[in-house]
Design a protein around this ligand. Structure first.
Ligand SMILES: *Cc1c(COP(=O)(O)O)cnc(C)c1O
Length: 395
């Protein structure tokens, strides 16, 4: 017995739901790699992506996932033996640091934890102690997709400035770009990375790195540069150099459509939609938490991201049973807990091509699952979410 047949809803934090228009843009034979049409798409994307990052700097486009973009960022600005500071707030900055470690960079982790944002005061204190300026870069995520935290990148830059430290600030915006404001230049971010399959609503397989002037200066002396990732090569005149080989044509068709859709909606409206839907999710989780079994992983409300919510499940209750119920019985695929939260949490994504019925449907299904499995929870989660949207979205 199930009510799952119909369109399955993917509520995992990447890959996210792809709009039909984006999928349709890919349903096209390959075109001549030397054609004016393809060059036009490249030029328009290289002009438009910096607007999404909030930078007057350049964006480089890679046929890669986010891990590739991580490596691209590190190899273009650092050298073997350089020391970097990795700011812990969950799984992903640590993962980026591991990438750098395998390339020969020395890693120092500033311990944070899984339940709170990076503390800018701790960053300032650590950098003040680095009087010799040994730390060349600071790595941080805007949204950690495992913990569900959002870090205040502008405050981290202010802390670096207060310490009078010259390290580059490198930010991972993979789970946040096009879901919430990201102001690379205004916030003093030197290098930013992202990927296609989260807020950008495009199939996995494109990575982006945005670079500001300080990063491009560091690039001139970076020792880890390799042919495939190298910015200088990709700045060359020939079109194939932009991708260091055959352009990932269908991903480019898709991304062009996705960026058009984001601009048509208006980035501010996109951010506002995410804020409202995230608010609805938080209303529901807050109600459910009254049952004493579920709770927000992120303790401080202001540090909960607008793109994904991580819900902790008390020991003795299996989040896997709920996740299975939602998928097998109701056709909603929730995110599992990852890293330290494996087997202890589930995640509700609310990023990308999502609207009220998708989010309210997901919350409704979770509530069905909580009831069916007899998991104690405060009643009225969906009611709280609909009340919130009714208040927040005026007639
Ligand atoms: C998804 C994600 C990544 C990894 O991206 P892949 O495309 O899976 O390599 C890195 N950082 C963050 C914050 C992410 O959400």
């Amino acid at each position: 017995m199930s009510v799952r047949n119909g369109r399955e809803f993917l509520s995992i934090p990447g890959p996210t739901v792809m709009p039909d228009e984006v999928l349709g843009a890919m349903h096209h034979p390959a075109i001549d790699i030397y054609s004016g049409r393809l060059e036009g798409i490249t030029h328009s994307l290289l002009a438009d992506l910096p607007k999404v990052f909030g930078t007057a700097g350049r964006v480089y486009l890679y046929a890669s996932n986010g891990h590739g973009a991580w490596e691209a960022a590190v190899t273009n600005v650092l050298s073997r033996g350089d020391r970097i500071l990795v700011l812990e707030s969950g799984r992903f900055a640590i993962g980026w640091g591991e990438t750098a470690r395998m390339l020969g960079v020395e890693i120092e982790v500033l311990p944070g934890g899984w339940r709170r944002a990076v503390d800018p005061a701790a960053v300032e204190e650590r950098l003040r102690a680095d009087t010799a300026g040994a730390i060349k870069a600071v790595l941080v995520v805007q949204v950690d997709t495992a913990s569900g935290v959002v870090n205040d990148l502008a405050a981290i830059r202010r802390a670096m400035d207060a310490a009078g430290h010259g390290a580059l600030l490198m930010a991972d915006a993979i789970a946040s770009l096009a879901t919430m404001p990201f102001e690379m230049d205004a916030w003093g971010i030197d290098v930013a990375v992202s990927g296609s399959q989260k807020g950008l609503m495009t199939p996995p397989g494109l990575g982006f790195v945005a670079a500001g002037p300080r990063a491009r200066a560091a690039h001139q002396v970076a020792g880890l540069r390799t042919f495939y990732w190298d910015w200088t090569f990709r700045e060359g005149e020939l079109h194939y150099q932009k991708y260091c080989g055959t352009p990932p044509e269908h991903h480019l068709f898709a991304l062009r459509k996705a960026v058009d859709m984001l601009f048509d909606e208006g980035l501010d409206n996109v951010f506002h939609r995410h804020r409202l839907l995230a608010g609805a999710v938080r209303q529901a989780v807050e109600s459910w938490a009254e049952g004493g079994v579920l709770e927000f992983n992120i303790l401080e409300p202001a540090q909960r991201s607008d793109s994904v919510t991580t819900v902790l499940v008390k020991e003795g209750t299996d989040p896997g049973a709920l996740i299975r119920y939602c998928q097998e019985k109701c056709g909603v695929v929730l995110g599992v807990g990852i890293g330290d939260l494996g087997g202890k949490a589930f995640r509700i994504a609310h990023m990308g091509h999502v609207n009220a019925p998708m989010i309210l449907g997901t919350l409704g299904v979770i509530e069905v699952g909580l009831n069916a499995l007899g998991i104690a929870h405060g009643r009225g989660g969906v009611q709280a979410a609909t009340d919130w949207l009714g208040r927040s979205v005026p007639a």
